[in-house]
Ligand binder design. Sequence first.
Ligand SMILES: NC(=O)c1ccc[n+]([C@@H]2O[C@H](COP(=O)([O-])OP(=O)(O)OC[C@H]3O[C@@H](n4cnc5c(N)ncnc54)[C@H](OP(=O)(O)O)[C@@H]3O)[C@@H](O)[C@H]2O)c1
Length: 241
Amino acid sequence: MFKPSTAPILITGGAQRVGFHCAQRFAELGQPVIISYRQHHENLDKLTDLGVKCIQADFSSPERILNFIQELTNTASSLRAIVHNASSWLTEENTEMPPEQLMSIMTQVHMMAPYLINLHCKSLLEKAKEATTDIIHITDCVVAKGSYSHIAYTASKAGLDNMTRSFAKQYAPDIKVNAIAPALLMFHPDDPADYKQKSLSKSLLGIEPGPEVLYEALCFLLGNRYMTGHTLALDGGRALK
Ligand SMILES: NC(=O)c1ccc[n+]([C@@H]2O[C@H](COP(=O)([O-])OP(=O)(O)OC[C@H]3O[C@@H](n4cnc5c(N)ncnc54)[C@H](OP(=O)(O)O)[C@@H]3O)[C@@H](O)[C@H]2O)c1
């Protein structure tokens, strides 16, 4: 069972939607939290009121990622866990940008940022008082099958999924490294009705579960002492359809 630590949990991209929900839930439990955010969000005031430390960060280049790591190191003397949640949902179809630029954005946020943060923050995880600490990569269920419409997104999330196993090998036994691969968690407000219907029909359970299921999965991984190098499918049975 997960018990709060005095060392903070870092959640990247934590100012909205799933990351915000998880940051809020951990903070309400008395668990210190640090989030990164890229743009200003009204939610930042709510998080600050709960004692969450919010660091502005744009993961669009190695230099910017390293600047974030420097600021994080100035802020925290240890970390209980790192949750790589920051993500971009741009696709080849919904952007005008050239494909090379799209792939660069995807690889920076989904691969380069987790890669550099994991390498540079190992010592912060080792300084927490817990017997084991955690890195959790939030990927996507599409990495297993590929995607008709999100090629760069899926490929870069697959890279992140692969890093789960390499970092698990390298960081055992002190740091556990796992991934969570969700299917639909929450729609965007402007998602069309036909898209919603099609998405719901892709899983056996057929629901939009909301962000709480991801929070529950995080608590499971943080509280479990014997799981590393695995990907937890949080997909409503989508893999069976
Ligand atoms: N929502 C779902 O149904 C679903 C389904 C499958 C998988 N997932 C995965 O679950 C996680 C949470 O989903 P979500 O829908 O809550 O995510 P999201 O809102 O699309 O993205 C989370 C945050 O990532 C930040 N971000 C994007 N690009 C960035 C960059 N270059 N540098 C720094 N931060 C950046 C954004 O910050 P700003 O807003 O401040 O710009 C955003 O708030 C994601 O990893 C997603 O891939 C979600």
